[in-house]
Write a protein that binds this ligand. Structure first.
Ligand SMILES: *[C@@H]1O[C@H](CO)[C@@H](O)[C@H](O)[C@H]1NC(C)=O
Ligand SMILES: *[C@@H]1O[C@H](CO)[C@@H](O)[C@H](O)[C@H]1NC(C)=O
Ligand SMILES: *[C@@H]1O[C@H](CO)[C@@H](O)[C@H](O)[C@H]1NC(C)=O
Ligand SMILES: *[C@@H]1O[C@H](CO)[C@@H](O)[C@H](O)[C@H]1NC(C)=O
Ligand SMILES: *[C@@H]1O[C@H](CO)[C@@H](O)[C@H](O)[C@H]1NC(C)=O
Length: 191
């Protein structure tokens, strides 16, 4: 019995893949750093928002092949942010539309090799700090791809809630859902 459980756990850990786990820990590190920064300003900690994370992933995918320069990411000159023609599709893929995302903040940062300390300061010591230090933001979604880390902040007003705009279909999007699936597979193996 114990060895079967071990086998199931092994299967779970292989199937959920090291790469995903590594990305998630980079993102969790950043979330911790951002929330420490918020705490130091006497602001509430940001909680996770899955739709914002989904959109952050879509946007990181758009940026992934761009190299870091002194005018990308946190160094982008305000007003020259890149526009993506497939943005409506990226929104729709995450059950979002412009009505519920308008007041959110989308912050892409480019940091070679995503060095954790530099990733954090690219948010807390750049033009982005004025968003992170704003009490109107309550939730956060983070995703990374190659050298890009995308952070999205959401509000608790309808225009920035990032609440799903269509009936949530049972798409297994989040890695949590995948892990749950593998956990269930593990249980089936045990029976
Ligand atoms: C945070 O709150 C504490 C206690 O109320 C106060 O001493 C401190 O100055 C505040 N810090 C900021 C950055 O507002
Ligand atoms: C960016 O780098 C280029 C050359 O590396 C330099 O000429 C330019 O002044 C820099 N721009 C800023 C905003 O630092
Ligand atoms: C952001 O990251 C880059 C490395 O890609 C680094 O050179 C730069 O100093 C960082 N900016 C801030 C404000 O930390
Ligand atoms: C928030 O950031 C803005 C811009 O960097 C700054 O003017 C303001 O003083 C900051 N507020 C706090 C509470 O740190
Ligand atoms: C977004 O979705 C909401 C809720 O389904 C809807 O009321 C609103 O009209 C939609 N906005 C756009 C721009 O499609």
């Amino acid at each position: 019995m114990a060895s079967r459980l071990l086998l199931a756990l092994l299967a779970i850990s292989i199937l959920s893949s090291d790469r995903l786990v590594k990305c998630d820990s980079e993102e969790d590190n950043l979330l911790q750093g951002i929330n420490s920064y918020r705490t130091s300003l006497n602001l509430t900690a940001l909680t996770k928002n899955d739709n914002a994370k989904c959109l952050a992933k879509g946007i990181a995918d758009q940026f992934k092949n761009q190299l870091c320069t002194n005018t990308t990411g946190a160094d982008t000159v305000p007003g020259t942010e890149p526009q993506f023609s497939n943005y409506p599709t990226l929104l729709a893929n995450c059950h979002l539309n412009v009505s519920v995302t308008r007041d959110g903040a989308i912050m892409p940062a480019c940091v070679s090799n995503l060095v954790p300390s530099l990733v954090l300061t690219n948010f807390t010591q750049s033009q982005y700090s004025s968003y992170l230090n704003d009490s109107k933001y309550t939730q956060i979604g983070i995703s990374s791809k190659n050298d890009w880390m995308v952070v999205i902040l959401t509000t608790n007003t309808p225009e920035g809630s990032y609440l799903s705009v269509e009936s949530a279909s049972l798409i297994l999007k989040s890695s949590f859902a995948y892990q749950l699936l593998f956990l269930l597979v593990g249980f089936v193996l045990l029976l």
